[in-house]
Design a protein around this ligand. Structure first.
Ligand code: AFP
Length: 337
């Protein structure tokens, strides 16, 4: 069967009453911006886009030229579309309302323009992550506080991976679907409908170099994974860590696994390493819609009430039985020490 385009999929969703025309057009604009980012990344050193921008973001992290460029592409594409009331980016201190009343819509867009950007210079997959919320009723000029909605209220989430091929993984709350960019035609084509993350897995993803800084339940959980067939889990586990969340999550979308960035002594003060609004929530929505699970280790991710735009959280997501297993270690520790 010939794959259908993203445009056709979105029109079919609109006809089925699952999205409205504004959300359809908003997703199209984001997808178009991602194609531009994909082209810029594809040029690599020849495009003069590699290396540091010489600036830092709100998180105090050094920005790459492509971080700044990707942020600008997404801002420019979405500012005049007419579907947004405001947008927020991992790279910007505060959210931005859409100033022009005539071109203002009812949605809020959040994005991490280039996730995994420290991998750019070594030609490893990076990506864009985005999340769409409704602007609260009666709010015409949204401020940061209007974005602080739990992940359960997301109406759409997606990510792209810029790798050997450029892929878009999308949910509007009715399953998770995978699209591959046909570079010659410039169109995203659906290559997997309704993906399902296997409930069980033998693969985990974590930055093992942080092991000594982890909390005791994480230490015990991973120690048991490493004992393999001879240990309490009675099976051998494999480990993978790309250090681009999009690439690690995409592997899990494709063949299952558990991804974790737990609390550790280095990031405890900040609440974790990964950002709730730009990374954890959109990925949690995508993974849950694919039959997987996402947790902080102590709470379902999508039910966390955000307290700040740049809030960080511990993350466990992927195959649902394995996420439940990791949560069990945390519950046991909180109960018995
Ligand atoms: P960068 O965008 O700064 O490269 O961070 C990527 C990331 O937020 C996420 O995509 C990775 O899973 C994680 O950080 C990697 O963290 P470590 O470098 O600590 O392994």
């Amino acid at each position: 069967m010939k794959p259908i385009s993203l445009t056709r999929y979105l029109i079919e969703e609109q006809h089925a009453g699952r999205i409205n025309a504004d959300l359809r057009l908003l997703i199209e604009v984001v997808a178009r911006a991602c194609k531009s980012i994909s082209i810029a990344i594809g040029k690599g050193a020849l495009g003069g886009v590699l290396g540091d921008a010489g600036t830092g973001n709100i998180q105090g992290e050094a920005q790459k030229k492509l971080d700044v460029l990707s942020n600008d592409i997404l801002l420019e594409a979405n500012a005049w579309g007419g579907h947004l009331a405001g947008l927020a980016s991992e790279e910007m201190d505060h959210s931005q309302p859409i100033p022009d009343a005539a071109r203002r819509g009812n949605y809020l867009l959040l994005f991490d323009p280039l996730d995994g950007s420290s991998n750019i210079d070594v030609n490893i997959s990076v990506g864009t992550i985005f999340s769409v919320l409704r602007c609260p009723d009666g709010v015409t000029t949204p401020g940061d506080e209007h974005f602080l909605q739990p992940g359960t209220t997301q109406v759409c989430a997606g990510y792209t991976t810029y790798g050997p091929s450029t892929m878009l993984v999308l949910t509007v709350g009715h399953g998770t679907h995978v699209f591959t960019l046909d570079r010659e035609v410039g169109t995203f084509m659906m290559t997997r409908r309704d993906v399902q993350v296997p409930a069980d897995t033998k693969e985990f993803a974590v930055n093992m170099s942080n092991q000594r800084f982890w909390e005791p339940p994480m230490q015990r959980y991973v120690a048991d994974l490493l004992k393999g067939k001879e240990g309490p889990r009675s099976k051998d586990f494999n480990m993978r860590w790309v250090a681009s969340m999009v690439a690690d999550v995409h592997r899990i979308i494709t063949r299952g696994g558990i991804f974790s960035y737990p609390l550790d002594e280095k990031c405890r003060e900040k609440g974790g390493k990964l950002r709730l609004m730009y990374e954890a929530n959109p990925m949690a929505f995508i993974i849950e819609q694919a039959g997987g699970a996402a947790s902080t280790g102590r709470q379902r991710m999508l039910e966390v009430q955000p307290t700040g735009l740049h809030q960080r959280v511990p993350v466990f997501l992927g195959s649902r039985n394995e996420v439940a297993e990791a949560v069990r270690y945390h519950e046991q520790f909180d109960r018995e020490g």
